[in-house]
Design a binder for this molecule. Structure first.
Ligand code: N01
Length: 539
């Protein structure tokens, strides 16, 4: 008869990116048997799927990597902000060093999981019918594994090629000399546009909300200099710094308010942040009231706009990309880091359609039709983002102890305990997901700190021989209350963004990320262990 032996492990990690790699090593060292199931054919997580032209990280070296000396000792990034190809090479390096492949199964698309009360184990099943029992189930699938495609009528009728940035063909696409439409100007859109704008015959950007981009100030890194920095402890210092800041970067808001400075001092400070330092400094190392006080925020916007207008010559494009009245307060929607973006879009062969005035009515066999007429194109690039933060988990058929799925658990709103677990879903922890600092943090920092907490929890689990750990209802209620209070105190609610699910038509708009800072987040997690597993039901 067809009874088959189902593999059993202590821990199943889903996804082969930063979170699972750091956990794999830690949990193996504690003596747990661990397996990783990854949907893609290679590791890298988001960097496997989002290999579109120009895809590049917005966090600078050395903090965009696993926080492990053993790994950086013999790997050096070649740019301040690494591109996707180099990040993939980095993942291959980690794989080799930590023998990750011995513990990882690729092309394993986990699509359901159910908790077996008798066995106190999860039974997890993949699309190809592979099954596995795991006492501990840890989805490490990030905030952007469910892409979003707007339901434009006629999308299937287009005779040219359509590519979504989040599932770019692995073999690449040659768009040189083509007529290309790009829908969306978030981080993905900005990068595609600045990379392809120069080489396409014609580019038409379908713009809904201007992205208030900041100069990346990219530069190559000198290998010898980096080696020197590694030797003199600079890498450790930078990584240590991430533990003490709001967003897990090396820099933080200054302890001054905007109007504490004179206009001249302010101008000088803004210039230093945006022009001289570049990167997210103008966002995350600025005055501490910028994301709380509208008047203070307006000052930042005025300075930003002045800089951008110097680089955009076309008056229509000035109005579209840097309007006098911003669509939302500065920095309440994620700014992108750009390299020549404004110079690229300023060129005559790059056209912009304002979809607020002329919405996309239909995709025809040859192009896109709006109320302003039709533009014929060879290729459509959809840079339309993700069902972010909650979509990754909610799309899976993960059943809790009362029979409902995660989507059922969240039907009246997203609810988690400390952004890492949920009642009714025992023995399950998720990393870099909803209600954690996720979108307000650097990915490797957030996953590192959550993984450190998981490691501490697993030490206790082993010591106390715990077979079941479940977040309490009180813990979830308390976290949701705190999360909303932190969010409501900021200006973030004034933007329509993926931070709150507002990018998905019909979705409930609600805070999806912890806006109270990384330090307080990690403190809360740690207190729950130190105070005798407060907030957890233990068996
Ligand atoms: O997605 P997005 P993304 N008609 O949601 C537009 C990370 N990331 O893939 O703003 C017309 O930001 C939409 O318009 P609007 C990073 O955290 C990082 O770009 O909603 N347009 C928007 O312009 C980032 O924030 C990196 O009005 C429509 C765009 O599509 C997150 O992932 C690189 C539309 C979607 O932008 C998401 O970025 C890439 C419609 N019907 C991603 N529907 C780096 O580190 C949507 N849009 C550099």
């Amino acid at each position: 008869m067809g009874s088959h032996q189902i593999e059993e492990v202590d821990v199943l990690l889903v996804g082969a990116g930063f979170a699972s790699f750091t956990l794999l090593n830690r949990l193996r060292k504690l003596g747990y048997s661990v397996r990783i199931f990854e949907k893609g054919a290679a590791s890298g997580g988001i960097w496997y799927w989002n290999c579109y032209p120009g895809a590049r990280v917005d966090t600078d070296t050395p903090i965009y990597q696993l926080f492990d000396k053993e790994l950086w000792e013999d790997f050096t990034f070649h740019e301040r902000y690494a591109g996707w190809k180099e990040i993939r090479r980095y993942f291959e390096h980690v794989e080799k060093k930590w023998h990750v492949r011995d513990y990882t199964s690729f092309n394993k698309n986990v699509d359901s999981a159910v908790f077996d009360e008798q066995r106190q184990q999860w039974l997890i099943e993949c699309a190809d019918s592979t099954e596995i029992y795991a006492r501990w189930f840890l989805p490490c699938i990030g905030f952007a594994s469910k892409r979003y495609t707007p339901p434009f009528p006629g999308l299937g009728n287009f005779r040219g090629d359509i590519y979504h940035t989040a599932v770019w063909p692995q073999h690449g696409v040659n768009l040189k000399g083509k007529r290309v439409a790009v829908v969306g100007t978030g981080a993905s859109g900005v990068q595609v546009i600045q990379e392809l704008g120069d080489i396409t015959k014609e580019m038409t950007i379908y713009l809904r909300t201007p992205n208030m981009c900041l100069p990346m100030n990219q530069r190559p890194l000198d290998e010898k200099e980096e080696e020197e920095k590694k030797k003199n402890g600079w890498y450790e210092q930078q990584i240590e710094a991430t533990r003490h800041t709001f967003a897990g970067f090396t820099y933080d808001f200054v302890q001054r308010n905007t109007f504490d400075d004179t206009p001249e001092e302010r101008e000088k400070f803004y210039h230093e942040l945006m022009v001289e330092k570049g990167g997210f400094n103008f966002w995350l190392a600025t005055y501490k009231d910028m994301l709380f006080d509208l008047k203070a925020n307006e000052e930042a916007y005025k300075f930003w706009r002045k800089q951008i207008l110097k680089r955009l010559k076309d008056p229509e494009k000035q109005k579209l990309f840097a309007p006098e009245v911003p669509p939302h307060p500065w920095g309440t929607k994620r700014p992108s880091l750009e390299q020549r973006f404004y110079e690229v879009v300023d060129q005559p062969h790059v056209k912009v359609v304002d979809v607020n005035k002329a919405p996309i009515e239909e995709v025809t066999a040859t192009g896109l039709k709006t109320s302003q007429g039709q533009v014929d194109v060879d290729v459509i690039v959809l840079a339309t983002g993700f069902d972010s933060v909650t979509g990754s988990l909610a799309q899976l058929n993960i059943q809790g102890t009362k029979g409902g799925t995660i989507a059922d658990h969240w039907k009246d709103g997203t609810k988690t305990a400390m952004g890492i677990a949920m009642p009714e879903f025992p023995n399950m922890f998720f990393l870099y997901g909803p209600q954690a600092p996720t979108a307000f943090s650097s990915g490797p920092s957030c996953t590192q700190f959550q993984a450190e907490w998981v490691e501490k929890a697993f030490k206790i689990i082993k010591e106390k021989n715990i077979t079941r750990l479940e977040a309490t209802q009180e813990s979830e209620d308390d976290w949701c209350r705190r999360l909303k209070e932190e969010w409501d105190a900021t200006l973030f609610p004034l933007a329509k963004s993926w931070y709150s699910g507002a990018n998905i038509p019909g979705r409930k708009v609600e805070p999806l990320n912890w806006a109270g800072g990384m330090v307080e987040y990690v403190g809360t997690l740690n207190r729950s262990l130190e105070n005798g597993l407060q907030g957890w039901k233990v068996e």
